[in-house]
Design a protein around this ligand. Structure first.
Ligand code: SAM
Length: 278
């Protein structure tokens, strides 16, 4: 691979902090990330191509790569670094401005997302794929280590929260590697991790996704409060009714949301749904 740092300097590129530009240049590492994602043919959607270092590696292993990049100043860099990558389509623009059906139409069928994403986009981007995508099979994302730990957290730990449950209800989550901050250029002030999110949409029967989300959100709304209190506030019901819901789920009346496994959240949601609560 060419010396990307030198190329960026030669082309007078200025890093834009606002876009979360922390690039990866180590080819071995980039290959390892593609192996974590099990890229072997197929279509890959990359969000944030940067200088095209990951894009190049993806292009060797995938059939097609669709790579978004918001920063117009990187267009001329990408024209150089991806000049010989004929299976890459670069889309200059803000990925968040695309509706999910538009994004999926660009991919044209099943696809994987492999990306080193800007920190500011992590939760909104993951939640968009969790809530709205139909054809995505997995997300392999380089993200802030603390966020990766939250996604992979177990019940009754401080990292376990609403996002953990939302993602694990439709996917399996695994941290595949930790990346110290000095692997990035320029160096950010946090460490990162690669997290793989494998979608299994039929893991649980959740017909009313909106109500499931509301149940989870309400359960974690006030972490110091018991689940009974949180459900009473969240659904506008009496504490007694909230207690009855917990009893129907075989949950101790004094428990807190963070103690429930994803299975138990699904059971809680089913009970709430059967009662006709909204
Ligand atoms: N993939 C490259 C790498 O690994 O070196 C770059 C990763 S860098 C962490 C994130 C990239 O996402 C930056 O190039 C940034 O300009 C781009 N980006 C930020 N916000 C974006 C958005 N909303 N849509 C598309 N690209 C975005």
């Amino acid at each position: 691979m060419m010396d990307v740092k030198q190329l960026l300097r030669e082309m007078g590129f200025r890093f834009n902090k606002q876009f979360g530009q922390n690039f990866l240049t180590d080819e071995n590492l980039l290959n390892n990330i593609c192996s974590d994602a099990e890229v072997d043919g197929g279509t890959v959607l990359e969000i944030g191509a940067g200088a095209g270092t990951l894009t190049r590696v993806l292009s060797k292993r995938a059939d097609n790569v669709i790579a978004f990049e918001i920063d117009r100043n990187l267009e001329k860099v990408l024209n150089v670094t991806l000049a010989d990558c004929n299976n890459v389509k670069v889309v200059m623009g803000d990925v968040m401005r695309y509706k999910m059906p538009e994004l999926e139409a660009l991919c044209g069928g099943n696809y994987r997302v492999v990306a080193n994403i800007p920190y500011y986009l992590t939760s909104p981007l993951i939640m968009r794929f969790v809530e709205e995508a139909s054809n995505v099979t997995s997300l392999t994302l380089t993200i802030q280590k603390e966020v990766a730990e939250r996604l992979a957290a177990k019940p009754s730990t401080k990292d376990y929260g609403a996002i953990t449950v939302a993602v694990n209800a439709v996917a399996d989550v695994e941290i595949t590697r930790v990346l110290p901050r000095d692997l990035f250029y320029p160096q950010p002030n946090v460490d990162s991790a690669v997290v793989r999110i494998d979608f299994k949409r039929d893991k649980f029967d959740i017909l009313n996704a909106q109500l499931f989300r509301k149940t989870v959100k309400a359960s974690f709304a006030m972490r110091r409060k018991t689940l009974v209190n949180n459900l009473a506030v969240g659904f506008g019901i009496s504490k007694q009714q909230a207690e009855e819901i917990l009893l129907a789920c075989n949950l101790p009346v004094g428990c807190r949301g963070e103690e429930l496994s994803v299975e138990q959240f699904v059971q809680l949601y089913n009970t709430i749904e059967n009662l006709g609560l909204k």
